[in-house]
Design a binder for this molecule. Sequence first.
Ligand code: UDP
Length: 480
Amino acid sequence: MVSASEFEAETKKPQVAVLSSPGMGHVIPLFVMAKGLVTQHGLHVSFLNVTTEASAAQYQLLHSPDLPSGLEIVDLPMVDLSNLVDGNTPVLTRLSLNVQESFRCLKTLLVNLNPNLLIIDLFCTQAFDVCNELSIPVYTFFTPPTHLLAFSLFLPKLDRDVEGEFVDLPEPVQVPGCSSIRTEDLLDQVRNRKIDEYKWFLYHLSRVKMAAGIFLNTWEDLEPVSIRAIRDLPFYQQIPTPTVYPVGPIIKETEPMTEECGAWLDQQPSDSVLYIALGSGGTLTSEQQIELAWGLEMSKQRFIWVVRMPSDACASASFFNVGSDPNDPESYLPEGFLERTRETGLVVPSWAPQVAILEHASIGAFLSHCGWNSILESLANGVPIIGWPLYAEQRMNATMLAEDVGVGIKAVGGRESGSVIGRNEIAKVVRKTMEGEEGKVLRAKARELKESASKALEVGGSSYQSLAILANQWKAKFTI
Ligand code: UDP
């Protein structure tokens, strides 16, 4: 219960609204940032949540009982998408339509809340129009890596200059000031320019420049080349690109470890366990899931594996309903697998406390789909990555980890190339990472990055200061 004087103090603070599109990969970093603005920087924040049909994990995160005072959650009314999407609608189109329909109430909501400014993620850019009308400044929180921001700022030019498909270009795409992108690594949303998925991507990403500033979920030492390019190169200055503020790694706070995972991990030696998880929505084909199971078993390494019902149709099948799907591993893993790996492995259906697991001393590597949050969580805990990209920009991320940062290995083949990664290849990569010299080098690099991430976040560190400077400006301008 808030007292009258506490209420009055809250209303005098700058009022910030934070608006996230659905999906844990967006909601988590924006929510953690919202909390930080309240607890570390003394602002009042309303977190606007675009609700989806059935994300139990998203609901639990936002409606936990221990929200700090000064942070309130506002659920936008659920919308009916049944006439607009079906089971085959790709993820960004579905998400963008969900946002579009939910935003029918945005103007009224913002008029009532009357925030001093709004922070949105990159797929809520319809909010620029509403906020323009209401004269509310809008900042963007760019949830993916900075090299994707550089690509996105370059995309309108690429769209004008290239006829035909980008994936058919004879050479890799040279984004100004950044590593070139091999056409096979290009993100899903730009691989077919004729479909709505591309149009939505271009729509949102070409509007990012309308922001008053762009928060980056990275830190200066992780992506120095792309950050410097965006700040300094004439190409980006001419757009003009808003000021970028690296404020990361902003990752999920440690959630309680589950009893089952904690007890099992406590029994394992340091650096000995491979953690396997494919983000909030990643799913494998039935055939690939079986190969992965066999590969793990053949590698004879310890593992903890978050398993989902396989889907032959879609690599992001669980994106909107994670934590809600029925899941019986016996029904889709190879017969006898659970029994045979009982000593070395733990299988967790659907969802696990990822950050708590990555923090555990027994974890030696992470086989990840290379969603940006998973990468940040891994690096912030000094854990190297076996990249197993599935969708969105994950192939670019996996390549960057392996080739630019030197903290990952990329599994070869896979869903996007239409091929299956075989059990022998899997067993080899897992052994190399867990036991080989290469694994040791990767772990050393990961530990170095853990140090530098933690320095960036300390009071006075580069990421902390980035946000503090802006929060102080807002306080000076908007405190009543
Ligand atoms: N996550 C988790 N438990 C799981 C799977 C995922 O806590 O079993 C969290 C993970 O910690 C991360 C987020 O879900 O914060 C996934 O975000 P990411 O950007 O890696 O991938 P996306 O889901 O957007 O593809």
